[in-house]
Design a protein around this ligand. Structure first.
Ligand SMILES: [Zn+2]
Length: 177
């Protein structure tokens, strides 16, 4: 079993909620992949536990390098709430794999208050070959900015989805490093 990591003392209620949501996202992700999406799925929830938005990676099917699951879900939430600043809403972002360098920036500018992810980037890169970019100590940086982070949630389940994606011969796009 992988160990959950966080940039605060682990809150068992938050973790339990995140495990339930991320496990569901991993299970659902297979259907998105079958419909042509990339192997990453993200959802944003409000503090009442209601889902605000859910989107998959659509880089290939929508031909846009920005269309990571997290970018898409932030755009969808901002559209729904008609704002460019999500900070007053106390929203949490759940995603099947650790955000890449682009998405970390987007999360910071969005005003999201908490990030929960499944498979860590090093494992994503190892299993799939996707490039996650260079990342400084983002756990500490996010803590400074008041954003809580929990990682490696349902990691084994997520790794299997990624391995299945690759083994099925799906495309791994990899811009030049
Ligand atoms: Zn990304």
């Amino acid at each position: 079993m992988s160990e959950v990591i966080a940039n605060e003392k682990i809150d068992s209620e938050k973790l339990k909620t995140a495990q339930a949501i991320i496990s569901d996202l991993q299970a659902e992700l297979k259907q998105y992949i079958n419909q042509g999406s990339g192997p990453f799925l993200a959802a944003i929830y409000n503090e009442k536990g209601e889902m605000v938005a859910k989107t998959a990676n659509s880089v290939i099917n929508e031909k846009c390098s920005n269309n990571h699951a997290e970018m898409n879900v932030i755009k969808a939430a901002e559209k729904t709430l008609e704002t460019y600043d999500l900070s007053p809403y106390n929203l949490s972002l759940y995603v099947t794999s650790e955000p890449c360098m682009m998405c970390l920036g987007a999360i910071m500018w969005s005003g999201i208050k908490a990030v929960y992810y499944g498979v860590p980037s090093k494992r994503v890169e190892k299993i799939t070959g996707f490039d996650e970019g260079f990342k400084p100590d983002w756990f500490a940086e996010f803590k400074k900015r008041g954003i809580c982070v929990y990682g490696n949630i349902c990691q084994e389940q997520g790794e299997k989805v990624l391995a299945d994606y690759v083994n099925a011969g799906n495309k791994v796009y990899k811009p030049e490093r």
